[in-house]
Structures are given as C-alpha cells and as structure tokens.
Design a protein around this ligand. Sequence first.
Ligand code: GAP
Length: 460
Amino acid sequence: MAQSKQQQNLLDKITAVSKRRGFVFQSSEIYGGINGFWDFGPVGAQLKRNIRDYWWNTLVRNGHVGPDGQKFDIVGLDASIIMSTRVWEASGHTTSFSDPMVDCRKCKQRFRADLLPETKCPSGGDHDYTEVRDFNLMFKTHVGPIQDDASVAYLRPETAQAIFVQYQNVLTVSRTKVPFGIAQIGKAFRNEINPRNFIFRSREFEQMELEFFVKPGEEDKWHRWWLDQRLNFYSELGIDRDKLSIEWHPENKLAHYAKACADIMFDFPFGCQELEGIASRTDYDLRQHANHSGKITPYFDADTNERYHPYVVEPSAGLDRTVLALLCNAYTEEVLTNAKGEEETRIVMKFHPRVAPVTVAVFPLLRNRPELVEKAETVFQLLQPHFRVQWDDRGNVGKRYRYQDELGTPYCVTVDFDTIGQGELKAAEETVTIRDRDTMEQIRLPISELIGWLKEHIGV
Ligand code: GAP
C-alpha cells in the first residue's frame, strides 16, 4: 500500500523523537547500521520492560477465571533460542516457512512478491522481475566447531514451538489440567526480505506468546474469549480503542495449522496492520511432535475418562510492534502560545502511567541553591521506592517540562522556595508543585501527601 506524505511524515517524526530521547536507535549506527535490526535506548528499554512485565504478570498465575466461570492456570517457560533441527522439520518450518520472492534484474534488489514497490526502478523505467521463488525466512547457523550439514541449526522464527516441545514436561511438573496455558516471552528471528516501517517488521524481534490448551470441541468458545481478553490488554496499556480493530483471516488464507485466525490490528501511520495474531491451531503441533518424536502421549482427561491431544488457542503478540503502537498512540503535537506571544509546538508522548518509562520527575527549582537541591533530593529518595523516578536539574523548569513531555513523564514535582518556607506561602507544612503532563496544570501538595496522591493518579 502506498503511503501518503503525511503518513510518512508522522512516522519520520516518531522515529526522530525515538532517537532524540533514547527510545530506539539504529543497530550498529556508528558503522552505518544494519537493516532490520534495532536497539532500545534507556527509555525504550524501560518501556519495553514495562509492557513485557505487564503481559507476564497479568497472564502467568494460577486461578484465572474463564468464560464459563471455570478456574485455570497459566505457567511460564523460558526456552533456548536454538533447538534441534528436528523441531523445525516436525513443525513444517523447514519446508514451508517462506515468503514469495522476486529479484529485479535491473537494480539487483530483492522484493517480497506479494508486496511489490510502486516506485519506479532506480535504473530507469519499470522493474524487471524474475520468476517468483520461495525464500525460507529462518536464519541458519552451525553448532560446534565443524561446519557441515550435520551441525546446521536455526535461530527460532517463533517462540511457540518450544512450548509444544516442552508441553509434556510442563504438564507433568505443574500438576495442572486442561484447560491451561503455557506462556513465553523471547527473541525470534526472521530473515525478512524487506524489513520496513521502523521497528514494525524487523529481522530480530521479541514475541509474547501464549499457547492455551483446551478440550477439542471447546476451542471456538475459548478463541472468542481470548480475543476479548487480548483487546482489553491493549486498552489497559493505554491504546485508544478506536485505533484497534479485528480482522478475521478468510478461510482460503489460513496457515496450514489453523482452523481460524483473527488479528488485532492497530492503526499505524502506514495503515492498519497486525499487532497480534490469535490463531485456533487445533492439535496440529502436538500431533506433529508426537508423531516425529514418539514421546508425546495423549492427555488423559480424568473428568471425562477421554484421551486426546488438546486443541490450542494461541494469542501471539509482538513486543516490538507493541512498543511501536504505544509510540504512535502516544505521539501528540500541541500548538501553544509562549510568553512572548509566539506559537510553538509542544511534543508530548501521552503514555499511560502504567507503561511510561518515567512516572515522576523531581526538580529543584534552581540547581545553584543548596537548600533547594537538598530538599529535592529528600523528595527524590522518598519517591524512588514507589515510582520510576528521574532527577533533572539542567536548564530552566520550562525546558525540563518539555524534555519530560517528550519522555512521556506523567508528573513533574518541583521543589521551590515555598517548599522550604522562604516563599510567599511560609506554610507550616512543606509543599511541592506537581505538574500534570497532559493538562500542564500545576497544584501544590504537602510532601506528606505526595506518595498517596501520585499512587492514586498513576494507578499503582
Ligand atoms: N506463533 C505464531 C506466530 O509467530 P506470527 O503472526 O507470524 O505468528 C506473531 O507472529 C506476532 O509476532 C505478530 O503479530 C507480530 O506482532 C510479531 N512479528 C512477526 N513477525 C515480525 C517481524 N518481522 N518484526 C516484528 N514483529 C513481528
């Protein structure tokens, strides 16, 4: 799909603020970068961690309550990235995890055949494409000192397969029963033909995957239920509901293992695109691994005395894509009139406090007044055990607010002369100023009430 100038502009602005404030840097930037790989800077790493932790902490626990009031558990797994090649033979990735690819004979570039560029060939005129070929997306490497066919291994292209491969061990040790889930967060690698749209499609990325095992015949009910749960998750991260939508895959476009699949879509600047796929995977994977390994036995359902391989509902989310969705959702420009009567643009990252990399910034009004600095340090120490706190004493307070706006910090606390009883207030109780990122309004509050007030407003 062609992007309008305005859409490209918006993505460029989000990319610029990401670099300027340390959300995302190009990988190996000082050596010219490497296409399809990205590094998360200080605030980006924190944002990513906050999403990752929220996903894990809300999912991995005992005693969830399902659609009909039934209790169930979700347990965690942290598997290796490189696994036996037999895993990928059994799952079908060795033969069919590929994208259709063409080369242009003129400019020598390679493209995905289903996403051909609308631009002219840089060598003039139209591109001159070769026949379509399949290109396997798995990264190949060798394990051990001898590089031959026997030592070939692959970097996992999804975290899901390790869950199927360890399903029986996990079931045994966790003493749980169907329905139950196994969750995993980790890196996945795909040698994408055309990585693009900033961190949307990259070659190294992180997935947050849940394989949820249900009794055959109950998968449709669970599929719909998980779709609702997963939509709620994105709302709880602060994504506007009207930027989210659901797209069901038509039957003729389903992956070979799926009986149904719905994607949660986000309205990115480059169009509505998949954030998370929720597939109804039947017992395909467990059966494949049971047949190839001979080690997975059918589950015995003690309630019904039946034996079966459970069916799987798989909510599979991309962590990097969720970061990008949050950056796009948060990015706001506001035109303000400054004290000189001139118009200026305020850029604000309106993150939900749950995921904001910094939740409270603490400033002494002036850095060269030890009495202010000392008191501000006390406030900083007071807040640090409770929030993600940042200290800032550079420049004037107005500049610090603008900087924190671009980090998306919901609240800034300033210690000024009134705090230390030298200003107009001379109150018996020491007070500080709290400035709200979104309304830019300021209120004064006694230091003794600060933690409670912030907890209530930040929602932790
Ligand atoms: N186990 C199922 C699975 O891997 P998928 O739709 O291929 O399904 C799931 O991937 C999610 O992983 C996607 O919805 C997306 O968020 C993320 N993802 C996939 N490929 C990606 C890439 N090249 N770059 C970034 N994220 C990617």
